[in-house]
Design a protein around this ligand. Structure first.
Ligand code: 5BU
Length: 259
């Protein structure tokens, strides 16, 4: 077990970024470390599941570019639900270009991501410019950014020195980088939140290289602060009761790390 075995309240006090503080206080208030990855293609389906599962999650993660009927009204509704149920919006855009281009992609086009997403993530592969590009707009809006330091997919290249370099990049931008998408505990610095995708109640994989671990494995062995769950919930017969199961499994695992 890793060294950061602090309660959400303590973590909230020992991190700097206002968004991290907000996230930890949501996690504490709602007793949840569950992020819902709402990978659906119709805005009404997304809004419906988010409204019912919202009480059990601290984050809703989107892939806005798969929404067929995207509109400003969809984003307004999603933001209303974030307020209603007290969760944070994370657009899983994985920016990966030069700073100027990612800044344009963050602000413009149909999605105008910077106007509604509290958190986005970036691949460190282009170098620090990718962070600077997002930060140029995001910092003054109070947004935060996660670095994809490791991936859950089979054969991915985000390992070893690449992952170490990602941690260094994050340390150079503590005012804006609030953590990592990762598969292991990368640092004990309380400023960095570790979020882990590839989580399902039973481990295994899918047909396209996704590799799953259980909530317990992710939190206790891999050191995840937040578990990210997509199909495990959205493809369940009863997404609400399944979300509760993930919430409980994730939260109980967290409680075990405090012992
Ligand atoms: P799943 O249905 O629980 O497998 O969905 C996982 C989500 O997390 C999906 O939106 C992916 O794009 C996202 N993801 C991931 O699975 N693995 C990674 O390493 C990263 C993101 Br980064």
């Amino acid at each position: 077990v890793f060294a950061v075995c602090k309660s959400y309240r303590e973590r909230s006090e020992s991190c700097q970024h206002s968004l991290s503080k907000k996230l930890y206080s949501i996690m504490e208030t709602k007793s949840t470390n569950l992020a819902l990855s709402v990978d659906l293609t119709k805005s009404n389906d997304i809004l419906q599941i988010v409204d019912t599962v919202g009480p059990f999650v601290c984050i809703v993660k989107t892939h806005v570019d798969i929404v067929e009927d995207f509109s400003q009204s969809f984003v307004n509704h999603l933001s209303d639900l974030a307020k209603k149920h007290n969760f944070i919006l994370f657009e899983d855009r994985k920016f990966a270009d030069i700073g100027n281009t990612v800044n344009c992609q963050y602000n413009n086009g149909i999605f105008k991501i910077s106007s509604w997403a509290d958190i986005v993530n970036v691949h460190p592969v282009p170098g620090e410019g990718v962070i600077a590009g997002i930060k140029q707009t995001g910092l003054s809006l109070g947004r935060g950014c996660l670095l994809v330091a490791e991936m859950s997919s089979k054969g991915n290249l985000a390992t070893g020195d690449y992952t170490k370099a990602a941690v260094k990049m994050a340390e150079n931008h503590k005012d804006f980088v609030i953590g990592f998408i990762c598969q292991s505990r990368l640092t004990d610095d309380p400023n960095f939140i570790h979020m882990t995708p590839g989580v399902k109640l039973s481990s295994g994989d899918d047909a396209l290289g996704q590799q799953y671990s259980t909530p317990e494995d992710a939190v206790i062995n891999k050191g995840a602060d937040v578990i990210i769950v997509g199909r495990g919930i959205i493809q369940a017969t009863d997404p609400v009761s399944t979300a509760k199961q993930y919430q409980q499994a994730g939260y109980n695992a967290y409680l075990q790390t405090l012992k």
